[in-house]
Design a protein around this ligand. Structure first.
Ligand code: FES
Ligand SMILES: [Fe+2]
Length: 420
């Protein structure tokens, strides 16, 4: 090396990095935030709504979740519309939540039912005030909320994976962020996790050799990978040739806006995926995952949680986290919001690029006043459908682990995914 030549590629003078904020930010008024506000998002387990007001944070908004004495779940803005004390200190009653300060009582839709300090003559004013609230729907053991423009409120979609159960199965909801690779609340932007669903190449590296095998042997094989757009998001087919001549086809899906359909990487059975995961952006720099799955015994989904040299993630020392990183470390390692300006996307990142492109497209549709992908509006449905959902179309999916014997089967799987 010529010692007279200046060094190249040093970090000196590196410009400050920037993020693609149109994709990453989730707060109200941002392009991404307005896109996300066109869909329902889980805010808790059904059992989280009780007579004890519970603070929840979703898309950067702090709210209070409760369940009134009649069994109705409510989600309200925390600051009491009277003089602003928090309904966190409120008392839940038969008809709603009562503010601790002057006793105004609000129902689950924010209507003011009582103002005990006001004379009866003030009733008019009572009818005019409204505690800001959001609609909720309970399904699959979760509570979903809609934080968007009221005239664009869609139906809450139904998914085949959760509507069509096999013999002996029942649904279970889980709020421990299965799939995060670590803590329940992950301190980085949600997109770092969501785009990872379309990054199958990291599996044989991060989970297969670097810290592994964290899953099972066949997952450590480098797959042949193809990606395709679907009418609900993006899918990825990973083909692995097994030693016995069989072919292992794994299909994963990223479904708009935040859903991950990922079959168990432990491949206990070759069949369709058993769970739907919703990545919930808590705010710009943290997320959590709610999962609903078909199980045969309670707690089955958590049993599959990754082990690192036999230990649970929460039991690892700082040195072990460094030596045995998983998804949590890799994704939070990109920073609280990754710096897109510093990336060098390669051919193996085409799934990530596809997810970003699709998101950008959908965000632009919302910006232009349109309805994004996967929305079916209540107004387009027969009136009874909003309640009974009897006529609501079920979203059909392809995610799963499939074993095929012959090339012919493999070609069939590549063209259309599983037929059931
Ligand atoms: S601040 Fe809530 S009733 Fe007065
Ligand atoms: Fe991973």
């Amino acid at each position: 090396m010529d010692s007279h030549m200046p060094d190249e590629g040093t970090a000196y003078g590196l410009p400050a990095g920037t993020s693609r904020s149109e994709l990453t930010l989730v707060t109200a008024g941002t392009p991404g935030g307005e896109f996300l506000r066109r869909y329902w998002h889980p805010v808790g387990l059904a059992s989280d709504a009780t007579e004890r007001p519970r603070p929840v944070r979703i898309l950067g908004e702090d709210l209070i979740l409760f369940r009134d004495g009649c069994g109705r779940a409510g989600l309200v803005y925390p600051r009491c519309v009277h003089r602003g004390t928090s309904l966190f200190y409120g008392r839940v009653e038969e008809r709603g939540i009562r503010c601790c300060y002057h006793g105004w009582l609000f129902d689950v839709e924010g209507r003011c039912l009582e103002q005990p300090c006001e004379p009866e003559a003030g009733k008019k004013m009572r009818d005019r005030v409204r505690q800001p609230w959001y609609p909720v729907v309970e399904r699959y053991g979760l509570i979903f909320a809609y934080l968007g423009p009221p005239d664009r409120k869609p139906l809450l979609p139904r998914y085949d994976l959760l509507e069509e159960l096999d013999e002996g199965e029942f649904l279970e909801a889980d709020d421990s962020s299965i799939g995060s690779g670590g803590a329940v609340i992950v301190p980085c932007n949600w997109l770092q996790h969501f785009e990872n669903v379309m990054d199958p190449f990291h599996v044989p590296i991060l989970h297969g050799s670097f810290s592994g095998p964290q899953f099972v042997e066949q997952m450590a094989l480098m797959p042949e990978v193809s990606f395709a757009a679907t009418d609900r998001g993006v899918k990825c087919l990973q083909v692995r040739k097994l030693e016995d001549g069989k072919i292992f086809n794994r299909v994963t899906e990223a479904v708009m806006p935040t859903l991950r359909l990922v079959a168990s990487p432990r491949v206990t059975r070759y069949t369709r995926a058993s769970a739907v995961g919703w990545v919930l952006p808590i705010d710009n720099t943290s997320f959590r995952i709610y999962v609903v799955g078909r199980v045969r015994k309670p707690g089955e989904m958590r049993e599959g949680t990754s082990r690192y040299e036999g230990k649970r993630w929460s039991e690892l020392t700082a040195e072990e986290h460094q030596r045995l990183p998983g998804d949590y470390e890799a994704q939070t390692g990109q920073g609280s919001i990754t710096l897109h300006s510093e990336e060098h996307l390669a051919s193996s990142d085409r799934g990530v690029a596809l997810v970003r492109r699709l998101l950008k497209e959908q965000i632009d549709i919302v910006k232009a006043g349109g309805n994004p992908m996967g929305i079916s509006l209540a107004a387009d449905q027969p009136p009874a459908a909003n309640q009974a959902h009897g006529n609501q179309e079920v979203v059909r999916t392809e995610a799963g682990n499939y074993l095929v014997d012959r090339d012919a089967d493999r070609d069939a799987a590549q063209s259309g995914g599983p037929e059931r």
